[in-house]
Design a protein. Structure first.
Length: 117
């Protein structure tokens, strides 16, 4: 998996696709802030972490914490396409391309048929 992601990242660089996290102004984010309540110290804690897109995304955005699977701007793996969920900013899920899904489905049908013989 790590080798494949390295290839996908290299392919993204070579093709000029966006990579990483982007805020609402389309500026690249280097980190995100997470706020939670600490019961030990009875205070609110703000933690800064490096921004990492969901593993299926090559780039994600456009708000302060774009780390969910439906925040993709571009897809990390070849053979996947962006299915836009939020029309206003163009982000969405990465799903397998239709041709790949059809070939897998047909292959499963054939193997199921052969097994049943």
């Amino acid at each position: 998996m790590k080798q494949f992601l390295g290839v996908a990242l290299f392919a993204g660089i070579a093709s000029g696709q966006q990579q990483g996290c982007y805020d609402a102004d389309k500026n690249k984010l280097t980190s995100v802030f997470r706020t939670y309540w600490s019961y030990w110290s009875d205070t609110e804690v703000v933690e800064e972490k490096p921004c990492q897109c969901h593993f299926s995304c090559l780039a994600c955005g456009y708000y302060e914490k774009p780390i969910q699977s439906n925040d993709c701007i571009s897809c990390a793996e070849e053979g996947y396409e962006l299915r836009v969920e939020f029309e206003e900013d163009g982000t969405g899920f990465c799903v397998q391309e239709m041709s790949k899904r059809l070939s897998v489905s047909i292959g499963m049908l054939i193997s199921t048929y052969l097994i049943s013989l």
